[in-house]
Design a protein around this ligand. Sequence first.
Ligand code: SF4
Ligand code: SF4
Length: 376
Amino acid sequence: MQYSDFPSIGRQISKLGFGLMRLPKAKEGEETIDRDEAFRLIDLAVKSGVNYFDTAYVYHGGDSEAFAKEALSRYPRESYCLATKLPGWVIKEKNATPEQLFNEQLEKCGVDYFDFYLLHSVNRDIWKVFDSANAYEYLKEQKKAGKIKHLGFSFHGDLEFFIELLDKYEWDFAQLQINYYDWEADNAKSYYKALEDRNIPCIIMEPVRGGSLHTLNDEAKAVFAELGDASAASYAMRFNLELHGVLTILSGMSTYEQVEDNLKTFAECKPLSDKEKDAIEKANILFRKNFAVPCTDCKYCVETCPAGVNIPACFKAYNEYNKTREKVDFNKEYDLIPEEMRAHNCIECGACSEKCPQKINIPKMLKKPAGLSKGE
Ligand code: SF4
Ligand code: SF4
């Protein structure tokens, strides 16, 4: 395992961070975690040197923090770093205070302090909620009291506002969505540079874009296959491993094989050859051609929907269709969604789009799978 070593952080952090957002599930379609299998994944990661674990109040419908306690309390507290996040939309919806949620999180995670604590999924609107709840000031106090070691935020807003936040407040780190697809397409490179210019450590999230840079499409996959038998995900990880100033790269691993594959990539840490860089560029172009909906399966929208639509599952089916333009590939995924959770149930209230970090116009895009299922 490779480690980052920032003087401002004061300890070595494994370059591979374990995101506790896409753990194996006890039952398909539900968010409860399959404890036994998930423990196996965590134990393999710990044994191989991973020491950074990232959860959040909302992951796995609230089960992720409870799982973090069960999984990590089997290890000495000082042997791992635990990160969690304060969700502005929960403050708003529950009319809760940052203090209430923070104390609930300490209790749920079974810890006295968080190594890393983030304001979650910040953009201009969410910041207004944090601002009126004095969240930043409250968290600074917790840092002074030793309950937070490092304070930062994850960001999904516009660049101008990102820079404004960096310059107005004191941050120990920031978390950004960086991968070879978003580097140009979503201007991730400018956000990264803003951190680099200020010497603020960067944590990378979505390095394989919710798995889509692993599954890709046949044409893009063929580009990597020509280079050998390394996984498509390993190229996406290595693209990010080339970046300086990165504290850790979070991977939301769901299977034992994914953990093994990542461990191999992060143990070798091989710099990309020119040929491999060209292949990434080529695969990116081929993949973008028919990547219809940039959904990362984060599920932030799911609980909002009054109609109970399984939004990410509908988009997954539609993205599968776009890879081949074969209706059978759409049906394979869409048939798994219960009738009452399919796209046609959307009443276009728009509540979900406010939550979407990828800024997808969800009701508009849902019309695509809804139409396809009716043969339009
Ligand atoms: S716009 Fe449609 S999918 Fe989105 S929350 Fe409203 S009903 Fe659900
Ligand atoms: S539609 Fe947006 S909020 Fe919903 S799962 Fe996809 S990326 Fe996340």
